[in-house]
Each structure stands twice: as structure tokens, then as C-alpha cells.
Design a binder for this molecule. Sequence first.
Ligand code: PLP
Length: 429
Amino acid sequence: MVFEQSEVWHERAKHVIIGGVNSPSRSFKAVGGGSPITMKQAQGAYLYDVDGNRYIDYLAAYGPIIAGHAHPHIVEQVHAAMAAGSLLGTPTPWETLFAERLQTAIPELERIRFVNSGTEAMMSVIRVARAYTGRSKILKFAGCYHGHSDPVLVAAGSGPSSLGTPDSAGVPASIAHEVVTVPYNDVPSLEAAFATRPTEFACVLIEPVVGNFGIVTPEPGFLEAVRQLATKHGALLIYDEVITAFRFRFGAVKYNSVQPDLMALGKIIGGGLPIGAYGGKQAIMEQVSPLGPAYQAGTLAGNPASIRAGMACLDVLETPGTYEQLERHAQTLEAGIHASANEFGIPHTINRYGGALTLFFGDTPVRSYKDAVATDGNLFAAFFHAMLRRGICLAPSKFEAWFTTVAHTDEDIAQTLDAVRESMREVSQ
Ligand code: PLP
């Protein structure tokens, strides 16, 4: 495979777009550097780059493309939305119809507000929690990503109950001091954080099934303990379902019977167009302006193109058998990856839930961010490039997931597993 034109475009991009990418995760920094592939088109399960190479896509644009690329129904609805006026600056029937539909699927969403990204959804939901509780501190879990607003770009302090430190230049220490970060799946650390600050937390933020240090499910009893401790200490429980809502049927909120107070959504509910949403208990959401004192607004919020793309995406997902197929393909991938890794004696762990999986190089279970960090990044980088050269597009980081989409066929999965076997052979040498 030749990547000549990708390199040319990346060099050119670097002169105008900072780092040559519009989101750092698109760079190849986490897989040994080099030029990211410049894609110019996508259709169904495939991406096509500027050199004319075709890739089977498991990146799914970091999650939203669950229906596959350029799904005809989504394309048609977006065309119709654009033709009828792309932005009206007023309420529209579409946003109400979509909110009703989300509420039917996820009754916990008693009231909803649409925004433009997952970052905005999380930023807003934190404000609402602070407004409702009159408290300012936030409790969150190491390795969970909640977008790039200041209060969530905070790393853990020196101990489980200590205040955070900025995880990005430009985040003031004063903001980091409002945040405590504890390990995922670790109830004693959570208890210690609450014991140290029993009445200070406005909210607990969590990915109920993690997507951001690989796919990691909560241990039995963990979400229950989070819920119980939050309630006991008067903190709101916020589910960040930006990845998980509709990746899993209705979302991770259906993982067990634990119910959050508020939720943030994004990605899939925009069918590939910009969107975010937050919502939850009516009494809490009534904090939001114009009803309440917590201000949150958006010129582009609820734009008909994003809303109708999201509705069309849900239409596709409601086709009977869809989630079963997403999971069946992921199971086949999981089994095939295991077989090839074992054949070439490569220590590995696969975490899979529904139609999402992460392959870690290392043979210890991955239950927390620390576990994920300890896996072999160099081997992942070698495997990533070996797969890319065989026409398989994975996310360029050992912490990301492979997502199956409606567009993947049995033949795509079989071809992928051939590439996995060849790549495992290559990296084992
Ligand atoms: N929350 C989670 C769980 C995410 O995975 C992401 C993005 O990957 C975000 C929030 C931020 O969403 P966005 O990139 O749309 O701002």
C-alpha cells in the first residue's frame, strides 16, 4: 500500500491546521508518529484515502457512525432538512419529536436539552448539578473522558481523596482543586473520597460502561455502590453516555437497574452530524434557563440537520436484529483475534461488550485505567500499522475501541480476521 498523497496532505495541513489535525486523537502520536491517513470519502463499512486505498472501518469516527457511512436514509433526511432551512433559530417540530423519541427509549430523560457536542453536554450537566446542589466539587474516575472543558481535564492528585491537578496546560489549579479523581471499579477509594468530603460533592461523573480506556464494564456491585454513596452524600449521579447511548441497545443505563439523576448523550444520536444532549430528572432540569437560574444556550442547538440525521440513525437501529448483528460480528472478531494471538503466542486481553471491543496487549485483566496504561503500547502500535497496511482502519490508540457497524458484512469480518492473523504473525517476529 502506498500512502504518498496522505503524507503530502498532512505536510500541507500542518502549515495551516495546528498539528495537521482538528482533534489530537486523529494524529498518530500514540502509535509512534508519522502522517495520519487523509481520507477523502466513506461509504458503508469502508473508508477511502487520497491515495485510492480502501479500508474496512472499525473507527466509526470514534463512535457516531453505527449505521455505516453515508447511509441512504440518513443522507436523504439531511438533504431534506437542508432544503427546508438549515437553521431556523426557533423551536421546530423535529426537536420535540426527537426528544420524545429519546425519552421513550430512555425514560430517565424526563426533560432534555440539545447541544452541539458531548463536551458541551457534559459541561452543561455539571453546571446544572452545581446549581441544583449549591455545591462545587466534582468526583470522577481516572481514565474516563468527559470532553475538553476545564473541570474534566483534571488528573488525580497524590492519593484517592486528594484534590486534582490540571491535566492540560491552561486549566487553572483553582478549577482542578474542585475535582477529585478516583480509580474505576474501586469502591474503597470512592468511600474514602466521600469520607474525606462528605457534603462537598455536587456530582459524580461516570462512564457507566467505559469507552475511553478501552471497553471496560463495571464490576458487579460497582455502579450500585456509586449510586448508594452519591445518594447518601447528597451528590447527583451523572452518566456520561456520549459513547454508549444507542451503541448498546438504549445505552449503558440499561446495564443494570441503577438509575442516574442526569445523563449526557452525543455521537450516535447525531447520526454523524454535530450533536450532544443532556437530561434527566425534571426537578433537577428545571434549574436550566429559561425556567431556572443555570444559564446554558446555543445558536446551533437543535438544528434540523443534526436532529433529522439522529432520528434517521435511530430508524436504522430500530430495524429488528440490528443489535444482535452488531454483537454477533463483534463476537466473531473477538474469537478470531483470540485464535490468532494464541497461535503466535502473543499475550493479550480482549474486553468486549455488545458491538464494541478493545484488544489490549498484555495478559492481565483490564478493569481500571492503571491496568490499561500497563498494557503494551509498542506492540499495539506495531499491530495498528500492520493492520493499516492490510486495509483495516482501527483507532490510533491502545485506549480506544473497535466498533462494529450495521454496514459490516460477514465477508468484511472474515477479511478483517485474515488481516488480524497476518498482523499477529508480523508483530510476533
Ligand atoms: N464523553 C465521552 C464519554 C466521550 O467519549 C467523548 C468524546 O469522545 C465526550 C464526552 C466528548 O464528546 P465530543 O467529542 O462530542 O465533544
